[in-house]
Design a protein around this ligand. Sequence first.
Ligand SMILES: C[S@@+](CC[C@H](N)C(=O)[O-])C[C@H]1O[C@@H](n2cnc3c(N)ncnc32)[C@H](O)[C@@H]1O
Length: 294
Amino acid sequence: MAKAAQADTLGDWLGSHPTLNRFDLEIALCQVLDCSRAFLLSHPERQLTANELEQLHRWSQQLYNHVPLAYLCGEQEFWGLTLKVDERVLVPRPDTETLVEQALVRLEQMAPQASLARLASRRALSVLDLGTGSGAIALAIASERADADVHACDLSPDSLAVAEANSRKLKLAVTFHHSDWFNNIQQRYDLIVANPPYIDPLDPHLATLGAEPRMALVSRDRGLWDLGHIAAQGESYLHPGGYLLLEHGFDQGPAVRDLLVNNGFEGVSSCRDLGGNERVTWGQKKDRAESNHE
Ligand SMILES: C[S@@+](CC[C@H](N)C(=O)[O-])C[C@H]1O[C@@H](n2cnc3c(N)ncnc32)[C@H](O)[C@@H]1O
């Protein structure tokens, strides 16, 4: 446990926590002082009041205990949206924006070549976000595709409460389902996205993630059980020609491609996140029109 900060100025306080992330410290100061980062950098001599020091001390102790800054601030930016987050949900990660980008590319591709069945029924492109957490992925897609019918599910009622609150706050329409993966899903979709738990229960990094819900992080079979379950069931919940897109660990790309290929998906491929790691893998359900001609 770290000692209480003895700093009196904000410059001293910033310098007194060398092992904490500098960006987190600056944002903590901005929140507590209600000021901009530019102010922090230009006024290191600003004296901290006793109340400010007390709150900063409380927050720094939580940061030392690996509580994410987003829980302390109560919000997190994702895809340009400000999402309310707390300990009931995983903090959405920048890497997951790669999954949103790829989902939007697939939706764009599908829009003009609508299936005959969809054109005949005049239904919108439909999307399901499995394991929605704070609602990050579903809400990002809804913010970009007002024409899509976006659904999301989670097994955790607590997550759903946070996601529904974010949907109301952002005025973005998403239909939520309480469901153990596909168990309570009643329809087919054009696109299914999932960022399921994929961390190996024995992964030493879990020690620093203890503040976030374990059910959002850990999956048995070296982190692959939930990815495998979704890959096995996904095809039945997709329209012909629909896509399944999965986020996964940086070293799980080959295993996830195998899962999709072995479950009959076509055009299986992966892409890298901004850090250069394979992060998202997708496959397409065979189009009925094509398979009829085989
Ligand atoms: C890695 S988090 C992703 C949260 C959010 N989609 C994001 O990207 O920030 C995984 C989510 O899956 C949910 N989850 C875990 N097991 C589930 C299950 N069997 N059925 C549905 N959701 C589940 C967790 O509650 C959690 O919200």
